[in-house]
Design a protein around this ligand. Structure first.
Ligand code: DC
Length: 228
């Protein structure tokens, strides 16, 4: 099946499998996959490593603002980079996860990331996942998907993912982090997580990845007609 040169926006709660589906779509249809959360995680990692976030979690916004002027955060074919350093693993720790939501709620941080995302979206055939892609970053995206799943299923997925990476997660902490991020992401003032009116909702609590791809094909066939 071929799909036209479009932008596909996949938004939703943490650990709903947005990136898994997005990567699969990118692979199947030769789209470029962009993980917008990685940009917010990169900013957060940089802030943590440079003492811009203190032990109590307070963010020095003035310092962060000037740090962003020189922060060379980029997507490359093999992941996220700060300058020449590949930070793909370092941005996925529980420490980064537990500070990223407040960092991503800061308006100048959102502007910094949005500028980068827009530049990448200039070329079509892009699938991007995040929280506000269909509402704010690419409101004209031709296909918008909003993903959700029960908190229990999501916490288990995150737990398994961390274990597989050799980390030692504690289920209560994983669940707490997930619920906190849900709350902050959907209640912040600027671009909160919300479903675009024209987004298709997928609750994948009980779906296999194969069922998700069949669902996506059905959506595209309905939208673009029968595709070769
Ligand atoms: O998708 P993720 O869990 O890696 O995203 C990390 C954080 O980044 C998430 O808690 C909220 C923020 N984020 C955002 O505010 N807007 C986006 N488009 C993507 C992520």
């Amino acid at each position: 099946m071929n799909i036209p040169d479009i932008i596909i926006a996949i938004d939703g709660y943490s650990s709903t499998g947005k990136s898994t589906l997005a990567k699969l779509i990118a692979e199947q249809y030769s789209f470029l996959y962009l993980d917008s959360g990685a940009m917010y995680r990169g900013v957060t990692l940089h802030a943590l490593e440079n003492g811009i976030i203190d032990a109590s979690g307070t963010i020095d916004e003035a310092r962060l603002k000037s740090a962003l002027e020189n922060l060379d955060l980029d997507f490359r074919i093999d992941g996220t980079y700060i300058g020449d350093r590949r930070v793909e693993q370092d941005i996925r720790t529980l420490e980064v996860s537990s500070h990223v939501s407040p960092v991503s709620a800061i308006p100048f941080v959102r502007n910094y990331v949005d500028e980068k995302l827009h530049a990448f979206g200039q070329r079509k055939r892009v699938v991007m996942d995040g929280r506000d892609i269909g509402t704010t970053v690419f409101p004209d995206a031709e296909v918008k998907i909003f993903m959700t799943a029960s908190p229990e299923v999501r916490a288990q997925r995150r737990f398994d993912e961390m274990k597989a990476k050799g980390q030692e997660p504690v289920m209560e902490e994983v669940m707490k982090n997930l619920l906190e991020r849900d709350y902050i992401d959907s209640h912040r003032e600027v671009s909160p997580l919300s479903r675009a009116a024209d987004a298709y909702v997928m609750d994948n609590s009980d779906m296999t990845l194969h069922e998700e791809t069949v669902w996506f094909q059905g959506l595209c066939q309905g939208k673009f007609g029968i595709l070769e």
